[in-house]
Design a protein around this ligand. Structure first.
Ligand SMILES: *Cc1c(COP(=O)(O)O)cnc(C)c1O
Length: 450
């Protein structure tokens, strides 16, 4: 039936070995078309099996080549990735061991290690003892899971008999927050920002001017906006949230990694007061996809909302004491991959100081880039970077020029940089998080904008 021979294992491990040995990882993306991909895949799956060597070759030469390598130091679009080799290797261990991390009953060893990694995250955030949560697939699911808890545990909601609720957000909140609100049946209270930052004063003003803010149950602050890397006024927002009894959610999916960097930590003052925090290790904490850390100040609230009940699940809830931790109880999921373990292994192997150094290196690259842009006559710095996103304006260019430049830059394998909009203008957006991205690479990019 499922015939396997040792040579197949060797062949796939050799592929993994070769991929891990690429230094630097090339950008790739050889201009595949829907036709060329359909051609590569045509007839590949049929009633009879094929030689694994043939299938792996299709993957390696036709499919993988049609994927831009987000772990290349020249990938500066969206949010890149830069997983450590230790974390990638351990991801293979997780796969080869069929490790899951659903419940303590089934997977105590995996869950304990994931919780050790979560404790490191809770530690840099500054959450009190007892904080905890789980790893989910991404910031989007983490935001949604946290907002469900905020909605269902809001004191005012109980009194109001389950009427619809609102959450205070800003225009800079991540797109997944709007989706999450829609899914939980909540509406946004849009708070005006001060230079794109959500502030305590802005939140207070929005609530004060609202006709009846009693249905506002929480606020979503962003610690590192995706578009520009801006950290909201977390302390000010925490003050208002505390005074008004709002759930304080901090979306640090991208920026939370900077908590490891001494130079950036002061920007995050107040994050330790959050009711829930999201940090994506698959973004700037050098872990492979997919891995987002979701932490609650009071996990018992989340458990009360998310734990799934069924006759066949009673056994995992039987013993109820703090050491018995079921990750399935803390988000919208049941069966789950032990996706925190690659991060756990890498943290243990490298130590947290190495993480601080790597994040500092990236922050220096962003500051160095800002300095280069300021000195270059043909481009303008849109704003000083808070973290590692640098926005660059090329006076005289229209959106079409940015688009063509971006396409050419990738075709030349110089870099993958895509445009964004800032205050109505199209600008180039460079997001750094690979410690091996150099200022020489940045100079090549800036030169290409002449
Ligand atoms: C990336 C990002 C998200 C979404 O995370 P995914 O892992 O892509 O689902 C949410 N919030 C912020 C601020 C982000 O940068």
């Amino acid at each position: 039936m499922f015939v396997h021979d040792e040579a197949h294992t060797e062949m796939v491990l050799r592929y993994c070995h070769d991929r891990l040995s690429l230094d630097p990882v090339p950008l790739d993306f050889g201009g595949a078309t829907t036709e060329s991909l359909a051609d590569a895949l045509a007839g590949l799956i049929g009633p009879a099996g094929r030689d694994p060597a043939e299938v792996l070759d299709v993957f390696a030469t036709r499919l993988a080549a049609a994927v831009v390598s987000c772990d290349s130091p020249r990938f500066l679009s969206f949010i890149p990735a830069a997983p450590t080799k230790a974390s990638l290797l351990f991801d293979m261990v997780v796969s080869c061991s069929s490790l899951q991390g659903t419940s303590w009953l089934e997977a105590a060893g995996a869950v304990a290690a994931e919780n050790q990694a979560l404790e490191v995250l809770a530690g840099v955030v500054g959450l009190p003892e007892g904080a905890g949560g789980c790893f989910v697939s991404g910031g989007s699911i983490a935001n949604l899971s946290a907002l469900v808890v905020a909605r269902d545990t809001a004191p005012s909601r109980g009194a109001a008999g389950g009427r619809p609720v609102r959450f205070a957000v800003s225009r800079e909140s991540h797109s997944s927050v709007a989706r999450a609100l829609s899914i939980v049946g909540a509406s946004p209270l849009l708070v005006d920002t001060d230079d794109h930052r959500l502030t305590g004063a802005g939140l207070e003003a929005a609530l004060a001017h609202d006709q009846d803010p009693s249905d506002v149950v929480g606020v979503v602050a962003t610690a590192g906006t995706t578009n520009a890397g801006i950290v909201d006024d977390l302390e000010g927002v925490a003050d208002v949230a505390e005074a008004r009894g709002l759930w304080f959610h901090v979306d640090a999916a991208y920026g939370g990694a900077a908590l490891f960097a001494r130079s950036a930590r002061p920007r995050f003052a107040g994050v330790e007061r959050a009711d829930s925090v999201v940090i994506d290790p698959h973004k700037w904490l050098f872990a492979p996809f997919d891995c987002a850390g979701l932490l609650y100040r009071r996990p018992a609230l989340a458990k009360a909302v998310h734990a799934q009940q069924a006759a066949y699940l009673e056994v995992i809830h039987e013993e109820d004491h703090p050491e018995i931790w079921n990750p399935s109880d803390y988000a919208i999921h049941l069966t789950r991959r032990a996706r925190g373990l690659p991060l756990w292994f890498s943290l243990a192997v490298h130590g947290t100081d190495a993480y601080g150094e790597a994040v500092e290196t990236v922050l220096e690259t962003a500051r160095g880039t800002a300095a280069l842009v300021r000195r270059a006559p043909h481009v303008e710095l849109v704003r000083e970077p808070d973290l590692s996103v640098v926005l660059v304006r090329r006076p005289g260019w229209d959106p079409g020029d940015y688009h063509d430049w971006s396409v050419q830059l990738l075709a030349a394998q110089t870099a993958f940089v895509t445009p964004t909009t800032w205050e109505g203008d199209t600008v180039a957006r460079l997001c750094f998080l690979h410690p091996h991205t150099t200022l020489e690479m940045v100079e090549e990019i800036l030169d290409s904008m002449r």
